[in-house]
Design a protein around this ligand. Sequence first.
Ligand SMILES: NC(=O)c1ccc[n+]([C@@H]2O[C@H](COP(=O)([O-])OP(=O)(O)OC[C@H]3O[C@@H](n4cnc5c(N)ncnc54)[C@H](OP(=O)(O)O)[C@@H]3O)[C@@H](O)[C@H]2O)c1
Length: 297
Amino acid sequence: MVTGAAGALGTDLVRVLTADGERFHAYPRADLDIADAEAVEAAVAGWAGGADEPCVLLNAAAYTAVDLAETDEQAARTAHAVNAEAPGLLAAACARHGARLVHVSTDYVFDGRGPDGRPGAGYEPDDPTGARSVYGRTKEEGERRVREALDAHHVVRTAWVYGDTGSNFVATMARLAAQRDTLDVVDDQHGSPTWSADLAAALVALGRSDAPAGTLHATGGGATTWCGFARAVFAELGADPDRVRGCTTDQFPRPAPRPAWSVLSPASWTAAGLAPLRDWREALHEAVTRHPGLLGR
Ligand SMILES: NC(=O)c1ccc[n+]([C@@H]2O[C@H](COP(=O)([O-])OP(=O)(O)OC[C@H]3O[C@@H](n4cnc5c(N)ncnc54)[C@H](OP(=O)(O)O)[C@@H]3O)[C@@H](O)[C@H]2O)c1
């Protein structure tokens, strides 16, 4: 069962499960509001209740308007309902009906200064969290509620996700490349671009595996900055990457603080016996080849 099925990740989860011939129910928000306790109970009971095979719920639903959640009280309340409370509802329903839950979380649960307060290594799942934004704190609370309500859970933190639906960094850079001679892009935030198709395949593999319950990290391999990511998009366009100029976070203040260090270590993922996601640069090439629309073609 997939929730948030019309989002970037949800769309790719549906594609992967369809390609694999898996039997599944996919719920876009219009069909299931995960913050609605009764609707969640009915959906999980209908799918997992009495099933004679193991059922896995993949939760790709979230409130992801990071800046709005920081500045708007109603948005912050919605973020709390969807990101903090709803995962607890999903987990409790899974517990009642014998299903497992794969719940997706984020690098924003960390304070973004790096493990032990300095950048360098990737964060491990056990490193102390300390979200600095409303969005991050709601996701942190959602993780906690999942762990509390259900033993058979996987909390999977990811970062810098792009797909081929909605607005996303790749499509935005491609559009700006056509409009401007040069572009200033932040060069002091580090992370690992993660193609939603690769993440979806990895989450489905996790759902089928017997990996022990707990928290895992999964992002594209390697790391770069937003500037490095933008230059790679320019290279894919056949445009001169030097048209992208590095700038600092201070030059682009945003309502919600961005983590300077978002790199997540893949060690927990591989230790669970799962194949690591491919290098982010290779994935980007495949993404724009499969979805030329990302480059405006
Ligand atoms: N994108 C990133 O860079 C990133 C980074 C780290 C972690 N993540 C995590 O990855 C997961 C997937 O995110 P994404 O990138 O696919 O985001 P997305 O494209 O914004 O998808 C989220 C989906 O959840 C839906 N949703 C919102 N409220 C809902 C509700 N009450 N009930 C059911 N569905 C609801 C949204 O529907 P509407 O569009 O109709 O509101 C949207 O389709 C999330 O857990 C997110 O926190 C994302």
